[in-house]
Design a protein around this ligand. Structure first.
Ligand code: UDP
Length: 249
């Protein structure tokens, strides 16, 4: 296991390979204690520079996955490469490699009906997965505690929280469900058939963000954050190239 962390702006990533990260995730799921995996992209890393509380919340995760091409490009620029591990692909790999006893999965988020469709699709693809509950992401704030209670009663091994960032990370940090929780943005929309992922060639080129922006022009509003992230990452790389690997702890 790697013993160093790589700092991208204010976030600290451990440079796990996909296999090491999966191994850790399965161990966390088996423990049935509050644990979380967050999947920062450039926009989240930029938000973290403006909010120390959000930055701390992300850095306290059991595992931070370098989800976006912005993070891995910044890592490469400063001479401390990180493998890219998109959250949605990692979540699928986790379900694909579920233990023989299977995983109980709770799906939280997206518009009404989408999580149910996503659950059916995931069970078809991954026979060792049982969906033990779903809840859409448009409940009133005063319902948050009863949603958390319903999740605890369903006793999942895994909880996928798809409320958008930062709401999903904050929800997980406040409610600390006794299972492995992952913040997964728009993944339920993809699994539920609402949104199509970019073709493989676009994904491999790291251009999925551009594909999504072109198909959902409302995402144009996110571009200034991406520009700010890129400028800050280039400046950081210029200043401290080669000095970003720190001893863990
Ligand atoms: N969402 C939700 N409740 C809200 C706001 C958003 O459940 O109050 C869902 C939304 O329906 C979508 C997901 O959160 O399924 C956010 O998707 P987005 O594409 O913005 O996330 P990304 O993948 O870019 O992080």
């Amino acid at each position: 296991m790697p013993c160093k962390t790589v700092r991208i702006l204010t976030l600290r990533f451990t440079p796990y390979t996909g296999e090491q990260a999966l191994c850790l995730a399965h161990r966390l799921a088996a423990a049935h204690r509050p644990a979380c995996i967050f999947t920062p992209n450039a926009e989240m890393a930029h938000r973290a520079t403006r909010s120390p509380a959000f930055s701390d919340l992300l850095n306290r995760a059991d595992l931070l996955l370098p989800d976006g091409i912005g993070i891995t490009t910044a890592a490469r620029m400063q001479g401390t490469p990180l493998p890219r591990l998109p959250g949605i692909d990692f979540a699928e790999a986790l379900l694909r490699t579920a233990p023989p006893s299977g995983y109980r999965l709770f799906l939280l988020g997206a518009r009404p009906g989408v999580a149910t469709k996503a659950g059916k699709a995931l069970c078809r693809r991954f026979p060792r997965v049982t969906v033990c509950g779903v809840q859409d992401g448009y409940f009133a704030p005063e319902m948050a505690h009863s949603v958390a209670a319903a999740i605890r009663a369903a006793a999942p091994d895994l909880l996928f929280v798809c409320l958008g960032s930062p709401r999903q990370e904050e929800w997980i940090a406040v409610h600390r469900p006794p299972c492995l929780a992952m913040g997964l943005g728009g993944a339920l929309d993809v699994w539920g058939g609402e949104v199509k992922r970019a073709p493989q060639i676009v994904q491999k080129a790291g251009m999925e963000w551009l594909w999504r922006t072109l198909r959902q022009p409302s995402r144009l509003a996110r571009l200034p954050a991406l520009a700010a992230f890129s400028a800050r990452a280039m400046w950081d790389a210029h200043l401290t190239k080669g000095e970003k690997c720190q001893k863990e702890g």
